[in-house]
Design a binder for this molecule. Structure first.
Ligand code: F6R
Length: 242
């Protein structure tokens, strides 16, 4: 794993965006895996800024997001589809039909999981997957205890994850209890992975990622077994490490 240490969240966002922009420029029809969440917001702002200033085109890019809450429609402000549309897709020249977020409000979510896996395969697999990391080491919504063999499926969210994400909802009770997430095996099949982490709230997770064992108790630890992982993290997340 290559670690890029940057000063703060602003620098992280800029660096992660430059990283992605270079990849898109080199392969305009790339298959890009995306994440939602607070950490990715700044990166997306810089992608938009670059698009407006330098016209980097996303017309031929296909995207697959990691996850979506079960029960939320894409128009619901708390859905990850809504997040992606408003924070990124609506501001680029990407074709909406090429952007994929699991649908959390379908009649048959189990079928949705299988369809999503198939679609990723049909498109030739993910070239570069952007990841955030949960305080408990989750990647996507693969919570501690998730099998390293897992594929896109329905999962129950950990209480700590629901509490972490409650800041986006009116109250904790509104945070869905279940989600669809790409599995760990699905994520590991990406040709390349870029993980971003910011703030002291991620420090313990970074310590376990960089210094701990590979264990299903800490899902992100599997990334050590991937041959092409880059981590961009800020000082606050890396204090006392390296
Ligand atoms: C979101 C996702 C999650 C987040 C993680 C960090 O699509 O897959 O794994 O990346 O929870 O979230 P933030 O960035 O809000 O700290």
């Amino acid at each position: 794993m290559k670690i890029i240490r940057v000063k703060d969240y602003e620098a992280l966002s800029k660096r992660a965006a430059s990283y992605l922009i270079e990849k898109v420029r080199n392969k305009p029809n790339m298959i890009l895996g995306l994440a939602t969440g607070g950490t990715s917001e700044g990166t997306y702002q810089y992608l938009i800024k670059d698009y407006k200033g330098n016209q980097t085109s996303y017309r031929n890019v296909t995207t697959f997001n990691l996850d979506e809450y079960i029960g939320l429609d894409g128009n619901n402000e708390n859905s990850y589809r809504f997040f992606m549309d408003t924070h990124l897709f609506n501001h680029l020249d990407i074709e909406k039909t090429k952007t994929h977020v699991p649908r959390g409000n379908v009649k048959d979510p189990l079928k949705e999981c299988d369809t999503y896996e198939l679609l990723i395969k049909e498109r030739g697999g993910i070239d570069l997957q952007l990841l955030g990391i949960g305080g408990n080491g989750h990647i996507g919504f693969n919570e501690p205890g998730s099998s390293f063999q897992s594929r896109t499926r329905i999962v129950e969210l950990a209480d700590s994850t629901r509490r972490d994400n409650a800041r986006f909802f009116e109250q904790l009770e509104d945070v869905p209890t279940h989600a669809i997430t790409m599995g760990i095996a699905t994520i590991m099949e990406s040709k390349e992975i870029l993980l971003i982490a910011s703030g002291e709230g991620k420090r313990e997770a970074m310590r376990r990622l960089l210094q701990g064992d590979v264990s299903e108790d800490f899902p992100a630890s599997i990334l050590k077994k991937h041959s092409h992982v880059t981590i961009i993290a800020d000082e606050a997340a890396l204090t006392g490490l390296e």
